[in-house]
Design a protein around this ligand. Sequence first.
Ligand SMILES: C[S@@+](CC[C@H](N)C(=O)[O-])C[C@H]1O[C@@H](n2cnc3c(N)ncnc32)[C@H](O)[C@@H]1O
Length: 249
Amino acid sequence: MEQTPGGRTGPPSTPRTAVIWSVLRAELDRRAGDRLTVLDVGGGTGGFAVPLAQAGHRVTVVDASPDALAALTRRAAEAGVAQGVRAVQGDGDALAGLVEPASVDLVLCHSVLEVVDDPAPVVSALVTALRPGGAASVLVAGRAAAVFGRAMNGHLALAAALAADPTGAAGPRDTLRRRYDADRAAALLTAGGLVVEEIHGVRVLADLIPAAVADGQSTALVELERALAARPPYRDLAAQLHLFARRPA
Ligand SMILES: C[S@@+](CC[C@H](N)C(=O)[O-])C[C@H]1O[C@@H](n2cnc3c(N)ncnc32)[C@H](O)[C@@H]1O
């Protein structure tokens, strides 16, 4: 475990999470001393929820999967923060009734908007849950990395389809319903009523380099990911795009 600047514990830095935690820590530091109400929509097994509870915040995870919520509950208990994590089965676009409107300081929605039927109602529900001035951490799949990935594996027709498809999906066998370019992701949040403050690329390089290099030079890789994350064109080639946005006060 590593210490945050505020002295709170957090998970080890990995290329998958380091950039996101850097952004979240800035918000947590800004609110240092406050016990935040956090909502993690589609939070799964609690990779972010449990460390946030360990840092002293009150976290509700709303997820459609009972199995994921059971794993989350076990993980929270093992980490000694069962009291700080509430697991709720539900749908991301139907938060009313599960979460008090305008009650949440920080909402997370990571790797969800690319799998739901329709992302706009989910964004709208996130905004309704947020207090004015509250922040949203949204992680979506990037389109450009997927185009490159298909092409580099020899699937040129799929790469072409993915590049041309308005939603950034590649046919019926695609595991995701959509992928985003930075502009389109920002437009989705803006249309929902959020003000986008920062956009970072997550896994700019991590998926492209051999595993032996990633494992052997993990600290250097995390540093490089951090250095490139906010800088186009590197940012826009990342496997995922992280948007940090705020409901206007
Ligand atoms: C790819 S996982 C991401 C989990 C976690 N946010 C993370 O980043 O590790 C997607 C999660 O979203 C949940 N999910 C999918 N559709 C949902 C919906 N409509 N409402 C709530 N959760 C949903 C799934 O059950 C799953 O746990």
